[in-house]
Design a protein around this ligand. Structure first.
Ligand code: TZP
Ligand code: MG
Length: 231
């Protein structure tokens, strides 16, 4: 497969994705991240991210490699949080960057041309800026207050509809989302969501993910979105 086809396939999988789960080592504590990831993939997440604040990227490489293998065999997208070089080394599908991380243009110099970049945003302005900077997808949140990201004020449900009307790139809602409030998030205009603690703190991760995946409905190109993936 050449580079162009590889990138195309990644973008198509991203467009089809509805459910994004994060293996967050801070939330997991002593629990086994590989086991959690296996259950998430079996339960039907479309995208899996490895997130580990306060860890040196070098020390994450063996785990990142095993999550790469796991997701490859399941056809699940795999992204590394924060570290483009680690994403490159383990051939992740891409990297996820926050407002405080490397700018997208800098990260692109480190990544392969076939790798995707996602960006966290906390307002309409940041979401539009991320799109202008060339993010392949955008995360918008925290929708609700969450202990997983206590330092950022929640943006609230009304922002979802505004963002939906103005972004062309796929966007995922994040922050405090769980089964109990998912319906409200979807009714507010979201098609794609990210969950962290709701998944990782559930008694049965695979079953929890299955239920969420069923609530999100079948994967498929969303008709309201531009079908041109070339940009
Ligand atoms: N960015 C915005 S909210 C958030 C991140 C990483 C944390 C989401 O975690 P949870 O546990 O699903 O609220
Ligand atoms: Mg970051």
């Amino acid at each position: 497969m050449n580079d162009e086809e590889r990138l195309w396939r990644r973008k198509v999988r991203l467009r089809l994705a509805r459910f994004y789960g994060i293996v967050d080592l801070g939330v997991l504590g002593e629990s086994d991240p590989r086991g959690a990831a296996r259950e998430m993939v079996a339960g039907g997440v479309d995208v899996l991210q490895l997130r580990a604040k306060n860890r040196e990227p070098e020390s994450l490489e063996p785990l990142a490699r095993s999550l790469r293998e796991l997701t490859d065999s399941a056809g699940t997208l795999f992204l590394v949080n924060d570290w483009p070089l680690l994403a490159r080394r383990v051939d992740a599908d891409g990297v996820h960057l926050g407002q405080e991380d490397l700018p997208i243009a800098e990260a692109r110099k480190i990544l392969a041309a076939t790798q995707l970049i996602g960006k966290s945003t906390h307002s309409m302005e940041q979401a539009l800026a991320a799109e202008r900077e060339g993010a392949d997808y955008i995360a918008v949140g925290p929708i609700f207050a969450t202990p997983t990201k206590p330092e950022v004020e929640p943006v609230g449900l009304p922002l979802i509809r505004e963002v939906r009307g103005r972004l062309r790139k796929p966007f995922f809602c994040i922050g405090g989302i769980r089964k109990e409030n998912l319906r409200k998030v979807l009714e507010s205009g979201a098609d794609r969501v990210v969950m962290v603690s709701a998944i990782l703190r559930s008694a049965d991760i695979e079953a929890y993910c299955r239920e969420v995946a069923a609530m999100l409905g079948p994967k498929g190109l969303l008709t309201a979105e531009p079908a041109d993936l070339s940009e």
